[in-house]
Design a protein around this ligand. Structure first.
Ligand SMILES: Cc1cn([C@H]2C[C@H](O)[C@@H](COP(=O)(O)OP(=O)(O)OP(=O)(O)O)O2)c(=O)[nH]c1=O
Length: 632
């Protein structure tokens, strides 16, 4: 990977991120940087009017944040870090600087100013290299800023308030988070997206390149790094490493490493774009200063090897409702969470740290708190909560997947091994056990909610007056459809046992027109009349014989010119992507995932024509087709 050489320079250093921002932590963790997080105590109170340009304010604040941490660590903790990174993100509109809103009214004031306009997001970054000489802290500061232009659409008051009530604006500059719900407000972004989220990664890497790979004496033209040097560039430059591993004085950064710290160089191998293996060198030393060589980490494979631990940590934290506790009461100490949920303190602390390392929680001196994603997707009460699906994954899918080896050998689902029951008996649980039924419905509800907007808007469905969502379960998609198409009436058709339990999932706790619920079995009973039939996450579950029964019925009841909408994850033609669907196949249901051409073929077989496929980029893609008119 081309960027490794730059970040590799930090491998043997104690790097500290002087920021509590979970976004910054995530951005840097994602590129494999190892660092400690020590949030800065610097209060963001610099006098704004004393700066001639908004970015100067951001740069100075970033610098002060980093300086405060470097000093504190040196004096209080006697642990001088090698590198401290500070950052500050501000939004600037009409020459005004907007930071984080103090309350909802403030958020409203900010968002109203941004409404319908273009504004700039500036992130100032300070990189401080520290060393201790005679117990005195010496520091070399490098700073820079990045600007990204963002334009908001014209937004209604109602939408702004709905967004503010989501809670998302409160810890974000300008009162919005482009990476989550706030993304819906944005018409365009010009520049580095990550800069808006809080850290201009690309510029940061270029800065490191400037610092660690200054232009060689023989090639002064390469003074300015407009791009991050390629592997080859590094290889060339590392030739002169013995002299250039010391920092050369340049604007904002002065000579740092007078001792020539590196004791050895590990040879990394990578492939260039033509598939030829090239080497580049990254100096490394172990704790004793003894030479060591390092092989390139197969990070993807290591991640897969550990994936089960990460999944299980997420499942257990969800099961213990830790994200709910923290949403209501965070930040909380491990001991208090353990008391509340009735678990051991040491076990809980390990679980919380694991969740923090996975980016699900934030850890500060005050305790643990949810990240934005955890609040939105992991707490059980949010509109987009995945809690139900996570519990289903833990209680149902996990036991099945622990028997994957037998499943592959025998080519069949492993219910008997996982649950001591045959598939049919297990299915009866969905009818008879309230707990299992509720869990399954919650799981379906989670996914339906998350995908509903993309499914509803993949095609313009405004021509239809009525729709019937076959197997529509809790009605999550139906409710989204009537929101998007106010003239549409939607019937949710599902088994009586399902319909009897839907009230819990309704937006206002009850069924709301124009969504109606009708009970029946789509294999046996007659289907309600509609202009548009919907099969969302149904076809992949059933064997061909059942699909034949179902599609024959839909085709028979569908009038010429009326339509069928299928929502499924559509595989590529090789059937190896997206992996979420390919992995789902390993559950060994009797059904299967299909490619676009397979769906087309299947639907045409049952008299549908004009098959159009929309890959949404969400979990579900959408296939729309029309019943052939008689003359065709
Ligand atoms: C505009 C915008 C800002 N932000 C965030 C990035 C920053 O975390 C935050 C701006 O506040 P900052 O003061 O820059 O950072 P912080 O308070 O989160 O963390 P610290 O001071 O400890 O470094 O706004 C988003 O996450 N998304 C966005 O779209």
């Amino acid at each position: 990977m081309v960027l490794n050489p730059v970040l590799g320079k930090l491998v043997s250093k104690r790097v500290v991120l002087a920021s509590a921002s979970p976004r910054r932590q995530e951005i840097l963790t994602n590129v494999g940087l190892r660092f400690e997080v020590v949030p800065s105590w610097f209060k963001e109170t610099l006098e704004k009017s004393s700066f001639t340009a908004p970015y100067e304010y951001a740069v100075e604040t970033a610098k002060q944040k980093a300086l405060e941490v470097a000093n504190r660590m040196h004096v209080k903790h006697l642990r001088t870090p090698d590198v401290v990174i500070g950052a500050d993100t501000i939004v600037s509109v009409d020459e005004q600087i907007l930071e984080k809103p103090v309350d909802k009214q403030d958020a409203y004031r900010m968002l109203s100013r941004l409404n319908g306009k273009e504004h700039s997001v500036f992130t100032g970054v300070a990189i401080i290299h520290c060393h201790s000489k005679d117990n005195q802290l010496e520091m070399d500061i490098t700073d820079f800023y990045e600007e990204t232009k963002v334009k908001f659409s014209e937004l209604s008051e109602e939408l702004l308030w709905e967004y503010i009530h989501s809670g998302e604006p409160m810890d974000k500059a300008g009162g919005y988070g482009i990476q989550a719900l706030g993304g819906m407000l944005v018409e365009y972004v010009h520049g580095d997206f990550l800069n808006v989220v809080g850290f201009p990664l690309n510029h940061f890497c270029k800065k490191l390149a400037e610092l660690y790979y200054p232009p060689s004496k023989h090639n002064v033209q390469r003074k300015k790094y407009d791009s991050i040097p390629s592997v080859d560039t590094f290889e060339n430059q590392s030739d002169g490493e013995s002299e250039s591993s010391n920092f050369t004085k340049q604007k904002g950064a002065s000579k740092l490493d007078s001792s020539g710290t590196y004791s050895s160089e590990a040879v990394y191998a990578s492939e260039n774009s033509s598939g030829v293996r090239t080497g580049f060198t990254v100096p490394l030393e172990n704790q004793n200063g003894v030479s060591q060589s390092a092989a390139k980490l197969p990070s993807k494979i290591l991640e897969l090897m550990d994936g089960f631990r990460a999944s299980k940590a997420l499942f257990v934290a969800s099961k213990l409702k830790i994200f709910d506790h923290l949403k209501d009461k965070g930040p909380m100490k491990a001991v208090d969470i353990a008391n509340d949920v009735g678990t051991s303190v040491c076990g809980t602390e390990r679980l919380l740290d694991a969740c923090a390392s996975l980016g699900l929680l934030e850890k500060t001196p005050q305790g643990y708190s949810n990240t934005d994603s955890a609040n939105t997707y992991l707490a059980s009460d949010g509109k987009y909560s995945l809690h139900g699906y996570i519990i289903h994954s833990n209680d149902h899918l996990w036991p099945l997947f622990t028997n994957l080896e037998s499943a592959v050998k025998e080519g069949s689902r492993q219910n008997h091994r996982a649950f001591g029951k045959k598939a049919d008996d297990l299915f009866k649980d969905y009818y008879h056990s309230q707990e299992v039924k509720q869990r399954f419905m919650s799981a379906m509800h989670s996914i339906a909610h998350l995908t509903a907007r993309d499914v509803a808007t993949a095609f313009d469905l405004s021509q239809f007056k009525s729709a019937c969502d076959l197997g529509g379960c809790t009605g999550a998609l139906a409710h989204e459809l009537v929101q998007v198409y106010p003239n549409l009436k939607v019937t949710v058709f599902d088994l009586p046992e399902v319909i009897a339990n839907t009230s819990y999932f309704q937006p206002s706790g009850q069924h709301t027109a124009p969504v109606t619920f009708v009970s029946g079995d789509f294999f046996k009973d007659s289907l309600p009349e509609a202009d548009l039939y919907i099969l969302s996450r149904v076809l992949h579950d059933w064997p061909d014989e059942k699909i034949h029964v179902l599609l024959s019925k839909v085709s028979a009841v569908c009038r010429p010119g009326n339509a069928l909408l299928v929502a499924e994850t559509v595989l590529d033609e090789q059937k190896t992507h997206p992996s979420v669907a390919v992995l789902q196949s390993l559950s060994m249901t009797e059904g299967k995932q299909r490619s676009g051409s397979e769906y087309k073929q299947l639907l045409e077989k049952y008299g549908f024509t004009d098959v159009q496929i929309k890959i949404t980029g969400n979990l579900l893609d959408v296939v729309l087709c029309f019943k052939k008119s008689l003359s065709l």
